[in-house]
Design a protein. Structure first.
Length: 133
């Protein structure tokens, strides 16, 4: 499953925290917003809440506000943990993107055909150029 960037970032961040043995854990809204800003997403408290609600609706995590009101308690489901672990690794993340958007796509057939024609013409041209010298 390929999620939007803000959801991917928070899920991978939570998975990293859990893999360090910090589960269930409390995170300050500022810490979550800072993590999103590090990845190039302009984040505030409202965006953090919306992203956490979206992840909770997808049954990837559960969260609730803590008593101090400035942090959230987060626990990941098994599916959320597995997906977060895949998003934490560049190789696994690129494979998820490939499986979601490119695999078995008709554009690759057309692109391969065009590339084959261009490479054939290039090899023929190169052989003519090398024979002249």
């Amino acid at each position: 499953m390929w999620l939007p960037k803000d959801e991917r970032t928070l899920l991978a961040f939570c998975c990293t925290k859990i893999s360090r043995g910090e589960a269930p854990f409390n995170l300050a809204h500022k810490e979550l917003a800072a993590e999103l800003r590090n990845k190039g997403i302009e984040a505030d408290r409202q965006l953090v809440h919306e992203t956490l609600f979206k992840l909770q609706n997808r049954n990837l995590l559960r969260w609730g506000s803590c008593t101090d009101g400035n942090s959230v308690g987060i626990t990941l489901s098994q599916q959320g943990y597995d997906l977060g672990r895949k998003y934490s690794s560049w190789w696994s993340r690129s494979n998820l993107w490939y499986a979601e958007h490119i695999k078995n796509h008709w554009i690759w057939v057309i692109g391969g055909f065009v590339f084959g024609i261009i490479s054939t013409l290039f090899v023929q041209w190169l052989s003519k150029v090398l024979k002249l010298k």
